[in-house]
Design a binder for this molecule. Structure first.
Ligand SMILES: Cc1cc2nc3c(=O)[nH]c(=O)nc-3n(C[C@H](O)[C@H](O)[C@H](O)COP(=O)(O)OP(=O)(O)OC[C@H]3O[C@@H](n4cnc5c(N)ncnc54)[C@H](O)[C@@H]3O)c2cc1C
Length: 299
């Protein structure tokens, strides 16, 4: 596909990639090409990108670790970017953690534990970045990221830094009101605890994950939200679809709310499988399963 803006963008960002397969950047290993793909290393670079994209009317898509995303086989139009460099900085101020949007969640859990700070343990096994986690309000039954937020900083389309206090943002089960805003960093409020207890709790949580989840396969975590008072995995098992396969995508034999890419699965395979699961559960239980993974591009 021709890339009409490649020369201009490469002048501003020499490391620009065009038609970059997003299957390289998602935990499912699925996704067509990004027209333009960039790693952005500082707020100044990000502001430059935003101002340029606005002037040219090109859409922008931030990407974290791609661990909660179903990217279309047709890919993503416009510029897809990942925040690295300055955005991967993590520091502590007393009992607060100040993390850039590109920091990995388990890194926060581990560093907080080493300092005897509690609150971030639930993130120890979530393979995502701060930016993705704030959009999706990532967490576990032990707690989500939203409940720790003191302040989120983001950048608006004019390249200006914006700040949202805790009360300016709504966090709900696997969602937040930040939709569409680009997050650049967060302040998290932790509490003093006992280092050994914190480390023991994290070990326990990681052990539980290893027992229940198909770690080491290409997956995207839970694909559906748990309906109130129910478990999506239980419903899928009850309709007999554990292990059900469409193309290269299969419902995990270990955890029925996980879909694994077992053999060059496409986004279309996953979409067909998701539709089949939803329809079977609706038919049998009258429950509408809601997606937990986010979709991007035309599916
Ligand atoms: C094995 C496994 C286990 C998992 N377990 C859990 C779990 O226990 N709990 C849980 O909540 N999730 C879980 N997940 C899902 C996923 O890891 C989390 O949702 C994670 O927070 C997603 O972060 P990410 O950086 O990968 O975001 P991505 O998947 O890259 O992006 C998710 C969304 O956030 C947006 N986004 C990314 N960065 C930014 C930014 N800087 N500013 C604005 N928007 C941005 C993207 O555009 C996209 O819409 C699991 C996934 C796997 C593979």
């Amino acid at each position: 596909m021709p890339s009409p803006y490649a020369e201009e963008l490469r002048f501003l960002f020499p490391a620009l990639k065009t038609d970059e397969p997003l299957s390289r950047h998602t935990s499912w290993g699925i996704g067509g090409p990004a027209d333009y793909y960039l790693e952005i290393h500082s707020s100044e670079e990000l502001a430059k990108l935003f101002v340029w994209a606005r002037a040219h009317g090109l859409p922008l898509t931030p990407l974290g670790l791609g661990s909660n995303l179903l990217v279309s086989d047709k890919g993503i139009r416009g510029v897809t970017f990942r925040l690295r460099g300055d955005f991967e900085a993590l520091r502590f101020e007393g009992d607060r953690a100040v993390a850039g949007a590109g920091v990995l969640l388990p890194q926060i859990s581990r560093a907080a534990a080493e300092r005897g700070l509690t609150g971030a343990e639930p993130f120890c096994g979530i393979p995502g970045t701060v930016g993705g986690a704030l959009q999706t309000n990532a967490g576990t039954p032990e707690g989500d990221i939203g409940r720790l937020v003191r302040e989120v900083r983001g950048m608006d389309v004019d390249g200006r830094v914006r700040r949202w206090g805790r009360d300016d943002i709504q966090f709900v089960y696997r969602g937040s009101s930040l939709g569409g805003q680009t997050v650049i960093s967060v302040d998290l409020q932790l509490r003093t605890g006992k280092k050994n207890d914190i480390l023991a709790s994290m070990d326990q949580q990681l052990k539980r994950r290893a027992e229940r989840q198909p770690l080491g396969t290409k997956n995207c975590g839970s694909v559906f939200k748990n309906p109130p008072g129910e478990y999506a995995a239980r419903l899928i098992e009850a309709v007999g679809l554990k292990g059900f396969r469409v193309g290269g995508a299969r419902v995990s034999l270990k955890h029925a709310n996980f879909i694994e890419n077992v053999d060059h699965a496409t986004a279309a395979d996953v979409q067909t499988l998701l539709d089949a699961l939803r329809s079977a559960v609706r038919h049998r239980f009258g429950i509408e399963l809601e997606l937990e993974v986010w979709t991007v591009g035309e599916l």
